[in-house]
Write a protein that binds this ligand. Sequence first.
Ligand SMILES: Cc1ncc(COP(=O)(O)O)c(C=O)c1O
Length: 414
Amino acid sequence: MAAVSLGRAVGAATAALSISLISCFLLYRARSKLHPWMKKRGGKRRRGLVEAIGNTPLIRINSLSDATGCEILGKAEFLNPGGSVKDRVAVKIIEEAIENGELVEGGIVTEGSAGSTAISLATVAPAFGCTCHVVIPDDAAIEKSQILEALGAVVERVRPVSITHKDHFVNVAKRRAIEANNAKNDAKVEVSGHVSHNGQSDEGSEIKSRGGYFADQFENLANYRAHYEWTGPEIWNQTKGRIHAFVAAAGTGGTIAGVSRFLKEKNNSIKCFLIDPPGSGLFNKVTRGVMYTKEEAEGKRLKNPFDTITEGIGINRVTKNFMMAELDGAYRGTDQEAVEMSRFLLRNDGLFIGSSSAMNCVGAVRVARALGPGHTIVTILCDSGMRHLSKFFNNQYLAEHGLTPTATGLEFLS
Ligand SMILES: Cc1ncc(COP(=O)(O)O)c(C=O)c1O
């Protein structure tokens, strides 16, 4: 009798254990579908702040969907903890550098950027036990350095000079990483030989530096991989594969490259398009294979090649990240269209989005009109309008630049 009940108890326990193991496995599989990096990283889970990045909602933009007869969906990246799509890039850049041994806990991540990537790196670096050193041009809006400093980053403001100059902010950022590495190596000598690199005792600076790593968002393919392994799969899962087109503008090109390549691998008939702001050469590159703008072709090079009110998008060189993109075509968008679109979405949908997101929505309508009703089109809502108060959402600034919005509907889109 006792043996029978013992047998039953063992059977029940085995069944319960099997059920919980199966449940754990299913839960793990469900989560790894949402977060594909879990599989890749040997099941090692991201914890804390980093776990809160990604898995952003895919919002149906009702006004644009109703106006075009398509489903126009915006990936709400402005909901990431650091406020933009660049949180994913910051995580991936730091993780890969740590995995490759190029960055250690306590190290310094350096970047030359006045934009969202610097803010995301400064947000995310402490979660990896690292600090952030950001080099920005001294004509960048003062709020940018205030935010970065508030986040604990060291901010170095330098004179704006050409990228070919050794003191361009990107080159300075690169140098700061090298200097931090040199200081680390010196510290090693100090520990073994008890002398500093110049032969003098230097106890105060002992092991201060744990090395530096230059994030290099334009050329570092960790940027592309963040979107190939993370944003792209999320879009695929959220649409259950029912997606006809993807459209986005490019700055570094990481987003459009990672998402387009992933989606095309899943289903090669998904169309992927670039929407390009004024002053950028990418439209020509995609449509004609050459990289010059109309203005440049006529010898009227713009004062600033990124001469547009939109921020973070448009470029006149082909980055390693952009080279990974798989595109079917490109559209142009104007500053006026981006401004009008942002106000249209605010009035009709309550969406308060930044300039690059507004340009992406201009692209989504262009694609919807080209494909016709009945298609599902996804774009990226990169950051919030909150980051754009001094220019894009400043009526006086817009008036001074002849960009005051006047449209009541979508008539501004030709
Ligand atoms: C606000 C914002 N939107 C869009 C982009 C463009 O994304 P990507 O660099 O992936 O091309 C950037 C890039 O810095 C950005 O800061």
